[in-house]
Design a protein around this ligand. Structure first.
Ligand code: TYM
Length: 330
């Protein structure tokens, strides 16, 4: 294990990250960076391909936009290596090697596999790569031998398999190539799995997201239609903040959330006041992120990604050489 190294990634299925991606992962990446960890921040374009193989061109465009959100969210390209997965071919090669030593049963049992399978519709549409998704993710992680991997709760099953594959490799080839890494999931359950505007998990596929790069007006419109306590019709009806999307965002972004929750519970405030104050708090929190994003152009981000891939490759190629040596293939 490299004591102070961190790796994590996000798929480029969408050009924009939402505040769930931010709360579950990116916000922790920035904190870890500021604590002095050596960061590897990856745009997972191969993983995007597992469900979007018909839109490969789209993914290539999204890659730049996702990287912009990393920087806008606070990742400093001077400190962190920001790179695109497919620019570091060692990911593909280690994925292949790991695919030979990973028992099929481990993959078939992964809950996210079942969910994604359902999303794909027919078995004919479902690619071989979808089953191997956690194997590729393991290669992403173990190439960097990180201390930890900061992600949202939904990634936990992939991380477990990651350590299992790493330890299986060590056992098979009799060498301690891969240390066990830590799962860094936010303690606060709402951040680990941020609810969307409809109180289901925030996810692009549910169309219930606030995006980092939404305008202030778009944000206001979305919060206006967000899910609140269904039995709270009049202001004086008691609210249940734990089950209300607006109250969840107040808790994260409003300094007065405790008073706001209490008044909501006591029937001293209505949902429209909550929504208005929530919109202000969210927009204020996101303002510096949005400003930074507006200043980023394609040429700058392309250069950042080129440099990031070079830094990532230096580490990844050294690990791959160790892997082959352990297998006696050097
Ligand atoms: P992805 O692209 O689905 O999500 C990126 C990150 O955002 C987190 N996240 C959330 N956290 C809290 N609440 C939500 N509503 C929410 N929605 C998403 C995810 O947990 C994730 O941390 N397989 C990964 C990408 C990946 C990766 C890796 C991650 C590829 N290789 C290596 C870590 C290490 C994924 O699909 O994340």
């Amino acid at each position: 294990m490299t004591a102070r190294r961190i790796l994590s990634g996000m798929r480029s299925t969408n050009p924009r990250l939402h505040i769930g991606n931010y709360e579950g992962a990116l916000r922790n990446w920035v904190e870890l960076q500021n604590e002095g960890y050596e960061m590897f921040c990856m745009v997972a374009d191969y993983h995007a391909l597992t469900t979007m193989y018909e839109d490969a061109k789209e993914i290539a465009k999204n890659n730049l936009e996702v990287a912009k959100d990393f920087v806008a969210g606070g990742i400093d390209p001077e400190k962190a290596a920001i790179f695109i997965q497919s620019h570091v071919p060692e990911h593909a090669e280690l994925h292949l090697l790991f695919s030979m030593i990973t028992p099929l049963g481990w993959l078939e049992r992964v809950p996210t596999y079942k969910e994604k399978q359902d999303d794909m519709g027919t078995a004919e549409r479902e690619p071989y790569g979808l089953l191997g998704y956690p194997v590729l993710q393991t290669a992403d992680i173990l190439l960097y031998k990180p201390y930890g991997v900061p992600v949202g709760r939904d990634q936990a099953p992939h991380l477990e398999i990651g350590n299992d594959i790493g330890q299986r490799f060590n056992r098979l080839y009799g060498q301690d190539v891969f240390p066990v890494f830590k799962y860094m999931i936010p303690q606060d359950e709402n951040r680990a799995k941020l609810p969307g505007l409809d109180m289901r998990k925030m996810s692009k596929s549910y169309d219930n997201c606030i995006y980092l790069s939404d305008t202030e007006d778009e944000t206001a419109k979305k919060i206006k239609s967000a899910y609140t306590t269904p039995s709270k019709i009049k202001m004086t009806d008691p609210g249940i903040p734990e089950g209300c999307a607006v109250c969840q965002y107040l808790k994260l972004y409003s300094p007065n959330w405790e008073a706001q929750w209490q008044e909501d519970r006591d029937g001293l405030r209505g949902c429209s006041a909550n929504k208005k104050e929530c919109t202000e708090a969210v927009n204020e929190y996101l303002r510096p992120i949005r400003q930074r994003r507006a200043e980023l152009d394609d040429a700058t981000i392309t250069e950042i990604l080129r440099d990031g891939a070079e830094r990532a490759r230096a580490v990844a190629s050294a690990t791959l050489a160790e892997v082959k040596a352990a297998m006696g293939w050097n």
